[in-house]
Design a protein around this ligand. Sequence first.
Ligand SMILES: [Zn+2]
Length: 71
Amino acid sequence: MKENDAITEQMCPLCGRFYKGFPAISRADNKTLICPDCGTREALGSIGVNEAEQEKIIKIIHASSKNGTGS
Ligand SMILES: [Zn+2]
C-alpha cells in the first residue's frame, strides 16, 4: 500500500529541490508555492535573521522533525 498517495512531489522554484507535503507561499509575490524550508527562510529573513542563522534554524527544525538519532 502506498502511504503518500495523496501527496504529490513538487519542485521548489527557489531552491530547485523536490519536496512533499504542504508548500509555503512566497512572501515575494504571495502566490508562488515554495518548499517549507524556503518558506522558513523567507519568514526568518523578514524578521532580520541572516542567512547563516537561517540555515542553523532550518537544521534544528529538520533534526527535531525527524524525531530520531540526531548527531
Ligand atoms: Zn525551496
